[in-house]
Design a protein around this ligand. Sequence first.
Ligand code: PMV
Length: 327
Amino acid sequence: MIKVSASGKLMLFGEHAVVYNRPCLVAAVSQRLFVEVGKNSENKILIDAPEMKISGFTVSLTDLDKEQPKEIRFVLETVKNFFRKYNVESGLKIRTESQFSAKYGFGSSSAVTVCTIKALAELFEIKMEKKEIFDLAYKTVLDIQGVGSGFDIAAAIYGGVIYFLTGGKKIEPLEVKDIPLIVGYTGVKASTSEIVKAVKAEMEKNPEYYEKLYNDISQIVEKVKTEMKNSNWPEIGRLMNENQEILRKFKAPSVEYGVSSEIIEKLVEACQRAGAFGAKLSGAGVGDCIIALGEDKERIEEAIKEAGGIPVSVDIDYQGLKIENKS
Ligand code: PMV
């Protein structure tokens, strides 16, 4: 058996703009996802995914092309793509285990995809560079979701803080330490692909408007990248507030809030009032998590609670994808 793990992610700056060829900044988080894979003498794949309430699921190798339950689609699509790419095949037993709840939007789908590829590469003794793992994981995620920049896959593989361009055209790990980061869950599960599609439909009606918003976001990302080298958190917090204002100017999925929402605005304002340097949504928007930067973590987390959110304790992870053990 081979056990590997990868980190979850949080988008720091540049969401949505990254889908349209602008850079973003993403952080890997210390909550990890684990995948254990071993060979199985029958021509079947057996899956246990307790977090997904899947126990003893079995599929025969000849049925891999059929529609699979959504909870384990990423694992099975990965296996299929891996077998095809490397022209290998075997029955398998697979077990997944997660330290984070899929509801936070920490990227469990991309982490499970990356881990499955790495575990299979070890199992079949195929050497894969990080970028090759990225490319196969990105293909797999696109096969299922149809949209996405792949920033979450980069975080799961490389760890740390990354300057990223869509499809992995650029994956640049940055030297950033001790970010005074605070995270609050809105309590609302957001569908990234639906929000990205709604933004795209709106963008097609008014491309210039969105080009300008994306360019403004891109400038913020570049400034933050520079300021991160100096750990200038007050200035980066100010830029967070600016980025949040731009995300509110989107006209979809809601005219009033753009990709933000009432609960996101409430939590962001609560953080700002509690002395945060700045705050913004993280990811596609509408729900999932907000992030803030500030020195008085306790006070800001208290403010998140009072405003109806749930503080989530998160550290930046610097390990990325790693082999836990082989037996
Ligand atoms: O909702 P999340 O955390 O998966 O973030 C989505 C970020 C987008 O830029 C909107 C889409 C993407 O794939 O980059």
